[in-house]
Design a protein around this ligand. Structure first.
Ligand code: NCD
Length: 305
């Protein structure tokens, strides 16, 4: 039963619960017309203390497509934070108005903290610093289910900023809960996967390299990511690392015919635009799956499914 629950990290939900969200998302893709009014009279609040395009828009479109309504801000300077209010207090007040809230914040652990302050309203973490981004993981798994048909027995190449990439942290930990998935972590030395995450993976289930070319022919999924400029203390370091990996058509020639390229977006330079025309590039489709899976998630947490 997901009604009334918070989603702070993917591990909050069992694999069966995740599966129930995907099944509902599948049904929503097929029969969108059946869900046009399920959230009628309900209000979703979006509190974005950090920039976002697709996550906020996908939540807002999801709620509107379910017949619900939305309130929120994407610039905390326009909220009472500017007057010194704590986020927990802001959320307590929001819970007097809204039925469910989505929060993104640059500080790790913020969503967890506020979820303790509002036990009676579901809180969805839309990214807390470099920590977790559970609804991107739902989006990613929904995409993999559709494009690869199985969430098990995959070789996943994860490339780019493995240190700060919260979508990657959430995804890797979750795919590790399925059967026999293996990872190739591709990053420069400075942006390696944190030990704290590697310790949670099955022994022997991953290798680390800085060479994308060597990995290309081995992977079923290549998950590219942006170097997370906003988490760097040193701009020069960012500039030095930002273009280390650029996926091009030439590199794609060595990949399996049925591999897929994913990216949470926004893309900067890490995938050349020429790759977009390759049928294996699914990152824009991925954004669409993200809306449907968020519709399913909202319905489940509101108990209107
Ligand atoms: C990601 C994020 O915010 O972590 N974006 C998203 O939600 N789709 C990835 C990123 O910003 O690089």
């Amino acid at each position: 039963m997901l009604k009334g629950r918070h989603l702070i990290e993917p591990g909050d939900f069992s694999l069966e619960e995740l599966d129930s969200i995907f099944a509902l998302g599948d049904h929503m893709i097929e029969k969108q017309e059946d869900y046009l009014e399920v959230a009628k009279g309900k209000l979703l609040a979006t509190l974005f203390y950090e920039p976002s395009t697709r996550t906020r828009f996908s939540f807002e479109s999801a709620m509107l497509r379910l017949g619900g309504q939305i309130i929120g801000f994407d610039n905390p300077a326009n909220s009472s934070v500017a007057k010194g209010e704590t986020i927990s207090d802001t959320l307590r007040v929001v819970s007097c108005y809204a039925d469910i809230a989505v929060i993104r914040h640059p500080r790790e652990g913020t969503a967890h903290l506020v979820s303790k302050a509002v036990p009676n309203m579901p809180i969805i973490n839309a990214g807390d610093g470099g920590h977790e981004h559970p609804t991107q993981t739902l989006t990613d798994l929904m995409t993999i289910r559709h494009e690869k048909e199985d969430l098990n027995n995959l070789v996943i190449g994860v490339c780019g900023d493995l240190l700060f990439g919260r979508t990657i942290h959430s995804l890797v930990k979750t795919l590790n809960r399925y059967k026999n998935n293996r990872f190739i972590f591709i990053s420069p030395r400075e942006l390696k996967m944190p030990d704290q995450i590697k310790r949670q993976l099955r022994p022997g289930s991953f290798i680390e390299t800085d060479n994308l070319d060597d990995a290309m022919h081995k992977v079923d999924i290549l998950y590219m990511s942006r170097v997370q400029r906003e988490r760097f203390v040193n701009e020069e370091e960012y500039l030095r690392l930002k273009d280390v990996y650029i996926l091009t058509n030439k590199k794609m020639k060595n990949a399996k015919k049925d591999m897929i390229v994913m990216h949470p977006l926004p893309r900067v330079n890490e995938i050349a635009t020429e790759v977009d025309a390759d049928s294996r590039a699914v990152y824009f489709k991925q954004a669409r799956y993200g809306m449907f899976v968020r519709m399913a998630l909202i319905s489940k947490l509101l108990g209107v499914d």
